[in-house]
Design a protein around this ligand. Structure first.
Ligand code: ZN
Length: 196
């Protein structure tokens, strides 16, 4: 059982990347992301087109050969894998992070699949870094998505997470889409995980 993770930028399309990797058409599940803490479980009955209509910001699944995909442009994409065959994809922006989305996903994973948060591997994809993400100009306050989400995982599992963190800051690296750089007109970077 192998997890495959993909972090796309301006030059990489997720569908094309997946089709090349697997030489077959992989169903790509995505959501109507709304900065919530809603979690969707993808099972064998799930349909791509109906899941796409759901207002939610994370998915968990025990299915193989499907992709869970999240789009971001400065927010933090988190992909996760549990060796018992569970995968997850999480959209953790400031609002989702403040509402503790990753902690809620870990609790849900245990309820739904009986797996412990401590055994997950995590990938934090490209996101705006803590030095760039100023949230209050007057008071000069910055928000660190990576630090906050690491802290929340640790608070659930009581141990340091096994995590791979992208060194890319989406605002500084213009090969990536960035909301703060171009505003609403811009596109998003796709991140996806698939189990085979
Ligand atoms: Zn930065």
């Amino acid at each position: 059982m192998t997890p495959h993770t993909f972090f796309c930028n301006k030059s990489f399309d997720l569908q094309v990347t997946f089709d090349q990797q697997f030489h077959t058409s992989v169903e790509i599940f995505s959501l109507k992301q709304v900065h919530s803490t809603n979690i969707v479980i993808i099972d064998e009955q799930s349909q791509v087109e109906s899941i796409k209509q759901l207002e939610a910001d994370s998915m968990l699944s025990n299915q193989k050969n499907i992709c869970l995909a999240i789009k971001t442009a400065d927010c933090l994409p988190i992909l996760m894998f549990h060796p018992k065959g569970i995968i997850g994809a999480v959209h953790a922006g400031r609002r989702g992070t403040e509402a503790k989305i990753i902690a809620k996903v870990l609790v849900k994973a245990e309820e739904e699949f009986g797996v412990k948060g401590a055994d997950f591997l995590f990938w934090f994809g490209p996101a705006i870094c803590g030095k760039c993400y100023q949230i209050d100009k007057d008071q000069n306050i910055y928000f660190d998505l990576i630090k906050e989400n690491l802290h929340q995982i640790t608070s659930v599992t009581n141990q340091q997470p096994q995590v791979t963190i992208s060194p890319i800051c989406t605002l500084e690296d213009d090969t990536h889409h960035s909301y703060r750089r171009v505003g609403h007109a811009g596109d998003s970077n796709w991140s996806g995980i698939c189990l085979s």
